[in-house]
Structure formats: structure tokens, C-alpha cells
Design a binder for this molecule. Structure first.
Ligand code: GLN
Length: 453
């Protein structure tokens, strides 16, 4: 029996390319650890065929199971150490090393890839409340930027089998490629409860066993995201043109056609860490976009005489990039402007308002927003830790959108200055489409300006 087991093991290992196939106590059961290169199903199928062949027909009903516990990825230990002194032990995947960042939790059920490639997460670690992450792998179409800017991801259960027709690599492989540290087997529900109680905390993740917990706590205590200019870190360095819209399956409301016919509208977009789907949606609504670096002088933007200027999403503290606020002040009133997320905060400051840090921010795909002029409620995709304080805004600025979870300002219109802003993500990536209409409103502003001129 032992000999047969060994034979089964060896042949299954050789055929399936699995390094360490082993039989369990029942000789018909072969465990096939899922290699990152082969999908779980492929590895199991190959192991089954090889085992049947090797038994010379004696064992027909070979049961192959993907060996889930520990073996799909060589087990490496990791820790997340928070500034409150707590130590969270984890299994590492992705890159090795030590990183520091602010820990936020994201409640989206889908879209981990879009979240990971959103440059607004620079300086942060994302803990996913969705307990199962990695199941659809990574594809090449849903990237929100060319790289991963966040410092680490923290998950409850890393899916070892990938099942999606577009998947090109596993999450583990992607994290290795992008040098992002992954932490699995963390009780993300407990972690989220801590962050909700105490507010956002700075943390250190490490795969380095030589560092003491105390050393890591001190590291976490000595760092803050407040006051750090991260816009210029993630921004493009040279201007570039963008004209490609989203694919046809995005035309769910038939609205882009009408605006397209009135275009093209030339938009200059400040890249504070712009998400690609914002550019695609603007293009779908008939815009030709010139993307410029975060520090690009407003005078140069105005020289291009665009129809409108867009201020993008971006990471970190809006008060740490005074140059962006100065540029916005220079442009305000001269051209129709639209700001999303960081762009909303930068414009809020340019209007004369102040921003402040929320306790644990908004990160998810299910935040209800009320559009005040009509009372319509939108479900929105959100990712921000700072907010505009409406009490500091001058007369003339209308708060048009309210986050119904906590009543914070989620959108503004400053009619006299031809400005509109929203604090969340109408590009729906990841998230619902409810706010897509914002792009149309921006185009309407630009058209009205053309007519008036
Ligand atoms: N998505 C964004 O633009 C985020 C804005 C800003 N970094 C914040 O945390 O509030």
C-alpha cells in the first residue's frame, strides 16, 4: 500500500508540475497543492490523471483535493503592528519587507484590483472587510493606473484558486510583481472594529522576524500621513493627451451620445493621481483631455484655452499641497471646473473653505449620498479620509451632496465661479454607476460657457 501511495505521489507530482503532491492516509486521495501558475482545477485534474495512470488501473476513483491549508504558498510569517501597541500575526503573501502606512478598511465586495491600483491609496494599507479576496485573480483591463501605490493589503482569507476568464495572474503573483506586502489570515472584522473605535491608526507591516514588536510600535508612533505632499509623488511628470472612452458595455444610459455630438470639449486635467476610468468616462462624454502634472502652472493651463479644467482624485492630505490650491484659485472663475475627491478638497480650499480629517474615513462601494436639489439618493463608491468643512465655506457655495452615513459634505457647486465638485467616485470603478451623471453636468457647464462666449 505504501509503495502504491509513493508511486501515486511521484507520478502526480511529475505530471501536474506540483512540487509536493502527497497522498493522505486513504490511498485514493491525492492532495494537489495549487501552484500559482496553474489554476486549482488544472492542478487537480493533472494530478488525478497521473495517479490513475500510475496505479495501472487498480485505483480508478482517485479523489484529488487542492491542499488549502498552508501549502499553496510557502508559509511565511508576517506582522501588522499598530501605533496602539497591538500586534496582529498573519501569513505573508506577495512581497517581503517592511512598510509603514495608515491602515484603512474598505467595505467593497468587489474590485480589489481597482482599489489596489487607485493612486489615492499611496501611504495607506487597505484591510478588506470582504472576507474572501483573490478569487478572480488579476486582469490587464481593470487597472486604474500603471502600478500599485498602496503599501500593503490585509485580507482574511486569500483565495488560492482563481476563477475568472480574464485572469492573467494570481493576486499573490501580482503583489510580488508590484512589491506589495500581503497579509492573510488576519481577523479583519476585529481589525475593522478597532479602527472604527479608535479612528485610523498608523501601522507597520513586516515579514522581518528580526524586528521586535516594540521597535515596530515606535516606528508606527513616529509617522503620520498628515502634512505629507503625496500628489507630486504619484502624478505624471510630463503632460499627455487622452481620448479613449470606455467600451460599449458602459453605455448603460444612452447619455454619452448626446454630449458627444456637442463636443469635442477640451479639458485640461490636473493629475493628482488620476484614476484611468475618470479619463475614459470624460472621453466617453465627448472630452479630449490634456493631462498635466500636479504642479503644472495655472498660467500655462489657461494659455491652452481649454473648455474646462478638471482636478483629480489623489492621495494624502489636501493641506499639504498648497501649490494645487493656488493653481485652482488662479483658474477659478475663468473656466468651468470640476473636482473629484482630492480635487473636491483642493477646490473647497480654493473657495476659501477648510478641510479636516475624518475619524476613519469613507472607503467602500455602498455609501448613500443625497443630491440635495432633487432629493435623489445615489449609492456611491468612496475613498477618502479628509473632508471639506461646510461651516467654513463662503456665501455663494452650495453644498449639493450630503453623505447620509454621517452628514458630511459630499459635493458642492459654486455657481458664480462655474465650479462643481464631488467627494466620491462617479467613474464607478469599483462601484455603482449612480453618479455617472456628474460628467454630463460638467459637459453641460462647458457647453453653456461656449454658448455664452
Ligand atoms: N480618493 C481621493 O482623492 C482621496 C482624497 C484624500 N487623499 C483623502 O484621503 O481624503
Amino acid at each position: 500500500m505504501h509503495a502504491l501511495q509513493t508511486k501515486l505521489q511521484r507520478s502526480a507530482a511529475a505530471t501536474s508540475g506540483v512540487a509536493d503532491v502527497h497522498a493522505s492516509c486513504s490511498r485514493q486521495v491525492v492532495l494537489a497543492p495549487v501552484l500559482s501558475r496553474a489554476s486549482g482545477r488544472q492542478a487537480c485534474q493533472a494530478a488525478r490523471q497521473a495517479a490513475v495512470r500510475a496505479s495501472g488501473g487498480r485505483v480508478r476513483n482517485v479523489v484529488v483535493r487542492a491542499a488549502v491549508s498552508g501549502s499553496p504558498f510557502p508559509k511565511r510569517n508576517a506582522r501588522l503592528v499598530l501605533e496602539d501597541g497591538s500586534v496582529w500575526h498573519a501569513t505573508a503573501f506577495g512581497a517581503s519587507g517592511t512598510e509603514i502606512g495608515e491602515v484603512v478598511f474598505n467595505t467593497s465586495l468587489t474590485g480589489y484590483q481597482e482599489i489596489m491600483t487607485d493612486p489615492s491609496y499611496k501611504g495607506q494599507f487597505v484591510a478588506f472587510t470582504c472576507p474572501h479576496i483573490g478569487n478572480v485573480g488579476i486582469n490587464f483591463e481593470d487597472m486604474e493606473s500603471t502600478k500599485c501605490h498602496l503599501g500593503a493589503i490585509i485580507v482574511r482569507d486569500l483565495s488560492c484558486a482563481v476563477s475568472n476568464y480574464r485572469s492573467k495572474m494570481t493576486l499573490d503573483e501580482y503583489c510580488k510583481k508590484e512589491k506589495v506586502i500581503g497579509l492573510a489570515n488576519v481577523d479583519t472584522r476585529a481589525l475593522t472594529k478597532v479602527l472604527r473605535e479608535t479612528g485610523c491608526l498608523v501601522g507597520v507591516v513586516t515579514t522581518d522576524a528580526s524586528k521586535s514588536d516594540e521597535e515596530l510600535v515606535n516606528m508606527a508612533k513616529s509617522w503620520t500621513i498628515v502634512g505629507k505632499d503625496l500628489l507630486s509623488v504619484v502624478s505624471c511628470t510630463e503632460p499627455y493627451e487622452w481620448g479613449k472612452g470606455t467600451s460599449d458595455e458602459w453605455e448603460f444610459n444612452g447619455r454619452t451620445k448626446a454630449t458627444k455630438q456637442q463636443g469635442p470639449f477640451h479639458v485640461v486635467a490636473y493629475d493628482f493621481g488620476i484614476k484611468t476610468n475618470i479619463l475614459r468616462r470624460l472621453a466617453s462624454f465627448g472630452c479630449r483631455i490634456t493631462v498635466v502634472p500636479a504642479t503644472y502652472p495655472a498660467s500655462e493651463v489657461l494659455k491652452m484655452n481649454p473648455d474646462g479644467v478638471f482636478f483629480s482624485n489623489g492621495p494624502g492630505d489636501p493641506s499639504a499641497a498648497p501649490y494645487a490650491v493656488d493653481n485652482a484659485k488662479h483658474i477659478l472663475g475663468k473656466k468651468p471646473v470640476f473636482g473629484i475627491c482630492m480635487g473636491h478638497q483642493v477646490l473647497g480650499q480654493a473657495f476659501g473653505g477648510k478641510t479636516f480629517k475624518l475619524k476613519f474615513g469613507h472607503h467602500g462601494g455602498n455609501h448613500p449620498i443625497r443630491y440635495m436639489p432633487t432629493g435623489r439618493v445615489e449609492i456611491s463608491a468612496q475613498n477618502h479620509n479628509f473632508a471639506v468643512d461646510p461651516a467654513t465655506l463662503p456665501a455663494g457655495v452650495e453644498v449639493t451632496h450630503i453623505n447620509l452615513n454621517d452628514g458630511t459634505c459630499a459635493g458642492m457647486v459654486y455657481k458664480d465661479k462655474k465650479a462643481m465638485t464631488i467627494q466620491y467616485h462617479p467613474e464607478a470603478s469599483p462601484g455603482p454607476h449612480d453618479a455617472d451623471v456628474c460628467f454630463e453636468q460638467f459637459v453641460d457647464m462647458m457647453r453653456a460657457e461656449r454658448v455664452a462666449a
